[in-house]
Design a protein around this ligand. Structure first.
Ligand code: CA
Length: 231
């Protein structure tokens, strides 16, 4: 699911430019051309982040932010005019997550948007995808509850089996090498057997494939492992 960015900007050219750039990066975009409309849309709960201009008709950006913060902690990046140092301070004090001075480089704004979403959303912010639930076919993983089920039935996994399955589910259709899996599952300082990943894959297969007559984890000879999603 794509992240949605709300752009609150009265200058149409800038708004349109931001919209195109954000859409190009894979975000859904909502727009508002004045402070009042911006506040309403920011409160609607449909956006994941707000890019908020300071100089706006009806309600200025600071006022929008002040009202918004009474009942919402949605991430906000303020756009201020150049050299308005006091604006920056007011913006951050008022609960903005970051600010940009105009004119700004679009790449920098995109980088800050990614950073703010990542900081705020933790794992959920990654690449705009919701990572708290993973799965393939009838296999479901609830990362936050630390639970795995197949066809609705709980599957008991050890910590490392869970982590291995998680890495593979997070990277569906990508072949992951044994070395990478070893680092992610056992840590960089792991000093034990290097075939330990094969052992965990075997355990996982005995708990999933053998029980449910499926083939969840594919072996890619000489490379590593992969979970394929046919859908
Ligand atoms: Ca403006």
């Amino acid at each position: 699911m794509a992240m949605t960015v709300l752009i609150v900007e009265d200058e149409e050219k800038i708004g349109r430019f931001l919209e195109l750039e954000l859409m190009h990066e894979g975000y859904e975009v909502m727009k508002a051309a004045n402070g009042r409309e911006g506040l309403e849309k920011a409160q609607s709960g449909r956006a994941d982040l707000v890019v908020l201009d300071v100089m706006l008709p009806e309600l200025n950006g600071f006022e929008v932010l002040r009202r918004l913060r009474k009942n919402s902690d949605i991430p906000v990046i303020m756009l201020t005019a150049r050299d308005e140092v006091m604006d920056k301070v007011a913006g951050l004090d008022g609960g903005a997550d970051d600010y940009m001075t105009k004119p700004f480089a679009i790449e920098e704004l995109l980088a800050r948007i990614r950073l703010v979403l990542k900081k705020r959303g933790g794992a959920a912010g990654l690449a705009g995808q919701n990572r708290s639930r993973l799965g393939v076919g009838r296999l479901c993983m609830d990362v936050q509850r630390y639970e795995v089920s197949y066809d609705g039935k709980q599957v008991e996994l050890t910590h490392r089996e869970f982590e291995l399955l998680r890495v593979l589910l997070e990277n569906k259709n990508i072949v992951i090498s044994r070395d990478t899996l070893l680092q992610k599952v056992c840590g960089y300082d792991y000093m034990g057997e290097t075939n330990i990943i094969d052992v965990y894959v075997r355990y996982l297969r005995s708990k999933l494939d053998d029980v449910y007559q499926v083939k969840i984890i594919q072996t890619v000879r000489g490379v590593g492992y992969c979970i394929k999603d046919e859908n």
